[in-house]
Design a protein. Structure first.
Length: 227
């Protein structure tokens, strides 16, 4: 057992003790952090509001998802309901837990939308959703507190990068030919894929603790308990 995770599991236990009445609102808040939800709103933003904002949100979401997947492979960290059978998996997840993708994407996507809105209410709404989406992941039993905190941190760094670097990068890309722009896109995408592949290869002989799989299997509806 891990003393660090033993101490953090108490956060999940306390938050889940708030009552079953929170299941519906917390599940809804978690849905607002799903990549599937973002894929629904991105076209609406692009076509119905602001094409530049829609493109900006799309790029940030794809980059955030790639970085999060790589980090999950690198850390190989369990979900709370894998680690401790006392935690209920109100929402079942099969991937590794650290960092929280919902928390990270909440900062990058909702923060990017706030940047595009450029109004105080936009930032208030964004920060509220960032916090509540992270909280929902603790309640649903799919993330430890440090998963959420790291997700927020990575998302905040990405958002800071957007604010500071978007204009210089746009000008630099605009100075390149179309062939060069396409090449740069392939290089960036290929680099993310290569890093993920190298990390996965380095853990090719790794085996999850048996009690992780046993605890996860309790909540698995069908197929493998985790992947």
């Amino acid at each position: 057992m891990n003393p660090f995770l033993d101490s953090l599991i108490q956060w999940n236990a306390v938050i889940q003790s708030w009552g079953d009445w929170l299941t519906a609102p917390m599940s809804f808040l978690s849905f607002l952090g799903n990549e599937e939800f973002y894929l629904l709103i991105m076209p609406a933003i692009y076509w119905c509001w602001d094409a530049a904002a829609g493109l900006r949100v799309g790029v940030m979401l794809l980059l955030s998802a790639g970085i999060n997947s790589i980090a999950k492979l690198a850390f190989h960290s369990p979900r709370p309901f894998w680690y401790d059978s006392k935690v209920s998996a109100i929402s079942h997840e099969r991937s590794f837990g650290l960092p929280s993708g919902h928390s990270q994407n909440a900062v990058t996507v909702w923060g990017t939308m706030a940047v595009s809105i450029r109004k105080r209410w936009g930032w208030i709404l964004a920060f509220t959703l960032m916090f509540l989406i992270g909280l929902s992941r603790l309640y649903l039993g799919v993330h430890f507190l440090h998963d959420v905190l790291l997700g927020w941190t990575i998302g905040a760094l990405m958002l800071w990068g957007l604010i500071r670097l978007e204009e210089p990068v746009k000008k630099w890309l605009a100075s390149k030919s179309l062939r060069s722009q396409i090449g740069i896109i392939f290089i960036v995408s290929g680099t993310l894929i290569l890093i993920g592949a190298l990390i996965q290869f380095s853990f090719s002989d790794w085996q999850a603790p048996e009690f992780w799989e046993a605890n996860a299997q309790v909540w698995a509806e069908e197929g493998e308990a985790f992947d």
